[in-house]
Design a protein around this ligand. Structure first.
Ligand SMILES: Cc1cc2nc3c(=O)[nH]c(=O)nc-3n(C[C@H](O)[C@H](O)[C@H](O)COP(=O)(O)OP(=O)(O)OC[C@H]3O[C@@H](n4cnc5c(N)ncnc54)[C@H](O)[C@@H]3O)c2cc1C
Length: 356
């Protein structure tokens, strides 16, 4: 039986298995677990953890986390605030979504109303509250382009605050939420500005190929993105074992132009994107494959998706330890061959900090 905590009657559960709450389906239990359905309950959860000197981890849809087999010896808080509020400002639609809304439901909702700005981010699993954390991106779009502000509970100041887009410090798969201010903010809602009747973004090669010279509408772009993602097992589908993953396990590494020149001299043409700041972004999938981990690679209960080199998958009964062992092996072999260190994209919870 859960206990009720404080005036908010926050339900605190004990020893809650976390694996079923994640897409990778590994990991042990949370010592304490609570689901906050209001901002007041977020405050209550923080107070509960502080009173007992417990570590607090905020869980969304569990699609970007690897939980240790030992579980999490603290409070896991799931932010389950729901609701969407929309305001029209001329051609701009200002939309505030609560953190517990499903991200892809929000994309569908916007596309159906012909509001442009997040259509290429169709099919990404997880909650709205998580999208600012790693500045979710795909197919030529990032949430940073449309986020206006993020409302959060500031655990340091013990109060709610509104951070502007600039204050969020967005970059490639990063923000203050997963970097310098990690663990400080609990996101309650996110406000986006979308373009009413705006044109879809078609910059990504796969999308350009898909449509050729034709100018599709937003709904067609969403369908195309979903189709491309399904073919790569990048949409969660219980019937597709390749989607028992966290999506891309590694970020695409960014190196200097000099490092890139040395790499190309040694290995010939290396697929890459030139970045605006002069640096070069490599394709982690290419490095992984060349380092000896082809699609379909398997080691015990873990492996690499048969549809995508970047996805480490749980083939059935994997442990978190096995997932991390494969991650380590990939990092080591890529570093030995290319002198490039791959940084994991998911958050590793309950592990020794030195394993990243
Ligand atoms: C099949 C698949 C495909 C994917 N494709 C993509 C992709 O194309 N692009 C991409 O960028 N990502 C992708 N991902 C990764 C993942 O879906 C995103 O990072 C997503 O935003 C994570 O959301 P979540 O709610 O599941 O967060 P979780 O995995 O639960 O948490 C991720 C991080 O966010 C933090 N967090 C979550 N909610 C809050 C909150 N309310 N306040 C503060 N911190 C919070 C957590 O503490 C944790 O650090 C993919 C994952 C899978 C499984």
């Amino acid at each position: 039986m859960p206990m009720d905590y404080g005036e908010q009657r926050l339900k605190i559960h004990e020893n809650v298995p976390l694996a079923p709450l994640t897409t990778l389906k590994v990991g042990g239990p949370a010592r304490f677990f609570a689901r906050a359905e209001s901002e007041e309950q977020i405050g209550a959860a923080v107070a509960f953890a502080e009173e007992r000197g417990l570590a607090l981890f905020v869980l969304g849809g569990g699609s970007n986390v690897v939980i240790a087999d030992e579980g999490f010896d603290g409070l896991v808080l799931q932010v389950a605030l729901r609701g969407i509020c929309v305001r029209a400002e001329g051609e701009r639609i200002v939309l505030t979504a609560q953190a517990g809304e499903e991200w892809d439901d929000l994309v569908r909702f916007s596309v159906e109303r012909e509001w442009a700005g997040i259509e290429c981010l169709s099919g990404i699993p997880g909650s709205v509250g998580a999208v600012p954390v790693q500045n979710v991106g795909a197919y030529g779009q990032e949430v940073a382009e449309t986020i206006v502000s993020v409302r959060c509970f500031d655990r340091r100041e013990r109060k709610f605050c509104e951070l502007s887009r600039d204050e969020c410090g967005f970059g490639y798969r990063t923000s203050i939420f997963n970097a310098e201010e990690r663990d400080r903010y609990i996101i309650a809602s996110v406000t986006f500005a979308l373009a009413r009747g705006g044109a879809p973004r078609i910059v990504y090669e796969d999308l350009r190929k898909h449509f050729g010279a034709r100018r599709p509408n937003l709904a067609e772009v969403r369908e195309a993105v979903l189709q491309i993602r399904r073919a790569k097992s990048m949409v969660i589908d219980p019937a597709d074992p390749n989607s028992r993953s966290v999506g891309s396990f590694f970020k695409n590494p960014v190196i200097t132009a000099e490092e890139f020149a040395a790499l190309s001299e040694r290995w010939g043409p290396v697929p890459h994107f030139d970045m605006a700041d002069g640096r070069v972004k490599l394709m982690a999938a290419w490095l992984i494959e060349r380092a000896g981990f082809p699609r379909g690679y398997r080691k015990g209960e873990v492996g690499i998706s048969t549809n995508h080199n970047l996805a480490i998958i749980n083939c059935g009964r994997a442990t978190a330890r096995e997932i991390v062992a494969l991650k380590d092996e990939i990092q080591r072999r890529v570093a030995e061959k290319f002198h490039v260190w791959l940084v994991p994209e998911p958050v590793l919870i309950g592990f020794d900090k030195s394993i990243v």
